[in-house]
Design a protein around this ligand. Sequence first.
Ligand SMILES: CCCCCCCCCCCCCC(=O)SCCNC(=O)CCNC(=O)[C@H](O)C(C)(C)COP(=O)(O)OP(=O)(O)OC[C@H]1O[C@@H](n2cnc3c(N)ncnc32)[C@H](O)[C@@H]1OP(=O)(O)O
Length: 161
Amino acid sequence: MDFLAVQDFYPEDFAWCYGCGRMNSSGHHFRTRWNEEETLTEYQPGPEHMAIPGFVYGGLIASLFDCHSTGSASLAFYRQAGHALGDETPVPRCVTASLKVDYLKPTPLGPTLRVIGRIAEIGRKKVVVVSELWAKDVLCARCEAVLVTAPASMLQNSSPS
Ligand SMILES: CCCCCCCCCCCCCC(=O)SCCNC(=O)CCNC(=O)[C@H](O)C(C)(C)COP(=O)(O)OP(=O)(O)OC[C@H]1O[C@@H](n2cnc3c(N)ncnc32)[C@H](O)[C@@H]1OP(=O)(O)O
């Protein structure tokens, strides 16, 4: 691997997400990392991700923001607790409580998409992440997401069987 991403360290039972789970062979495998004080997820859409020829489907963009934001929240909680990826302590897993996406410009299909996140707020069990999606030098979409530590009730169905 060229860099360490938070999704590489999600506990195996919680690594099946269609967007970012490394255990899900059909998924997108989004990967999120720190870039100094910001978080970064890069993704290369394929032709199958089109909305109309030449442009990326908005649902894919929402998915990208979703997993980027949960990943950013996990990174923020982990760093706040004094940990770095690779430590033995398990990485906390977060779920999306709210995801608001503003589509500012059509997103061209072709360039690698870059999602850059800022931790706007961090509490005991809640993180607010504000992110931008860039295609080369064009700001195409913006997102504000609220992420909450995964509730224990999700544990029972955390992996396929
Ligand atoms: C034990 C470990 C288990 C691990 C399981 C791993 C599973 C992995 C799964 C992987 C999944 C992959 C990713 C996916 O695909 S996640 C899939 C999509 N998401 C879900 O299915 C989540 C469904 N929702 C819930 O389970 C609950 O509603 C949650 C847990 C989100 C909140 O529940 P609850 O409401 O009881 O929590 P709280 O009362 O303690 O509030 C906490 C804070 O959050 C704030 N807030 C809440 N809602 C909203 C909102 N809509 N807007 C703004 N803010 C909101 C609230 O004001 C409070 O803020 P503050 O007062 O602190 O400031």
